[in-house]
Ligand binder design. Structure first.
Ligand code: PMP
Ligand code: GLN
Length: 379
């Protein structure tokens, strides 16, 4: 059949994890922990399965989980969304992003995103008939040029997609970025899709700036979160989005026919976890800071030049002192020859991205990080 997405192949994450497996390399490519999530969470899952909570959940998510999310949001961002009308539990952040884009973007609408951008945004925009306008952020700071942003706005602009803490650059937005965004779009009816899956993995002294903390922006925003990141359970695929009732209602129209609802016992277990052990996510920055610092220190004697990591569990490394290969070729070489798999950055960009940067995931056991650093230091 004629493809609706002719230029698209298999995601870089599947590709690199498969290559890592094939060559028995240490996999620092696809972002997932190689350790387990909290024991309590596992116990609660078993508990709810044993109690027979095994049928369809309500379409919008189990009430206990939506209540717990409302409470957490109020505590962290000073705004309590209505659990009934403003919170929707989804099959990971991926589904929330797809449902929001499908619900908001009409044929011919323009959507602005910032490159490098997470790879699931563009195909969703294309399938909705939207036109993506990309702003290229430049390393090492990857800051938004707000003049360039304003120049890209048009009467057709419908949606802005942002991501903070940012995968893959590991930079974070400040409150001032949200203020600048608001100033730029205030007088036009433009929606905001804020991908905040790494909200609890932020090392910046100011903490995570959420769109939900911005009084005006949140009235037009869909904020997306993922419990996979927060509880080290990427395979559970439970996420959610928060948006004003009128927007949530549109997102739910898509969600109800995309997945209808998300698996019940996992939702109940996560609700228990949020209620009983909020210390888990409060301590997450420290938990990952220790791993980041250990890995950075172990790589200090390598020929890689490391970029600052303000958030996420990814570290960018410049390999220009080691190789002149482009980043895709270098990542393949690194996996096959050096036994460490990483992610190239150019795959997240529409324009040429000639920088010699790779992304390394440090959501790994200390032994894994040490072994990977050992190999990387030999290059
Ligand atoms: N957005 C970003 C920026 C991500 O890095 C990821 C996953 N790594 C997702 C969305 C998808 O999250 P989930 O696994 O919950 O679908
Ligand atoms: N988001 C994860 C990453 O950036 C991967 C998710 C996936 O494999 N779909 O590595």
């Amino acid at each position: 059949p004629e493809s609706k997405l002719p230029a698209l192949g298999t995601t870089i994450f599947s590709q690199m994890s498969a290559l890592a497996q094939q060559h028995n390399a240490i996999n620092l490519s696809q972002g997932f922990p190689d350790f387990d999530g909290p024991h309590y969470l596992q116990q609660r899952l078993a508990h709810h399965v044993g109690q027979g909570a095994n049928q369809y959940a309500p379409m919008t998510g189990v009430p206990a989980l939506r209540e717990a999310i409302a409470k957490k949001t109020a505590e962290l961002y000073g705004y309590k969304p209505d659990a009934n009308s403003e919170i929707t539990v989804t099959a990971g952040a991926t589904e929330a992003l797809f449902a929001a884009i499908t619900a908001l973007v009409r044929a011919g609408d323009e959507v602005i995103c910032f490159d490098p951008s997470y790879d699931s945004y563009a195909p969703a925009v294309t399938l909705a008939g939207g036109v993506l306008k990309r702003i290229a952020l430049q390393p090492p700071a990857f800051r938004v040029d707000w003049q360039a942003f304003k120049a890209l706005l048009s009467p057709r602009t419908r949606l802005v997609i942002l991501n903070t803490p940012h995968n893959p650059s590991a930079t974070v937005w400040q409150q001032s970025d949200f203020n600048a965004l608001w100033q730029a779009i205030a007088d036009q009816q433009i929606y905001v899709l804020s991908d905040e899956v790494y909200e609890h993995i932020c090392f910046d002294a100011n903490g995570h700036a959420s769109v939900l903390a911005h009084q005006q922006l949140r009235q037009r925003a869909v904020a997306v979160s993922s419990f996979g990141k927060t509880f080290h359970m990427t395979g559970w695929k439970v996420g959610y989005c928060v948006a004003p009732a009128a927007i949530s209602s549109e997102v739910r129209k898509v969600h109800q026919y995309l997945t209808f609802s998300v698996n019940t016992p996992a939702q109940l277990a996560i609700a228990d976890m949020l209620e009983q052990e909020p210390a888990h996510y409060r301590q997450l920055p420290e938990f990952y800071r220790a791993r980041r610092d250990r890995f950075v220190q172990a790589l200090a004697r390598s020929r890689f030049k490391l970029l600052p990591c303000e958030g996420t569990y990814f570290l960018l490394a410049d390999y220009s002192a080691i190789s002149s290969l482009d980043d895709v070729a270098f990542c393949q070489w690194l996996t096959k020859e050096a036994g460490v798999a990483a992610i190239p950055l150019s795959v997240f960009c529409a324009d040429a991205f000639p920088h010699k940067l790779i992304r390394l995931c440090f959501a790994k056991r200390e032994a894994t990080l040490d072994a990977a650093a050992e190999r990387l230091c030999q290059l």
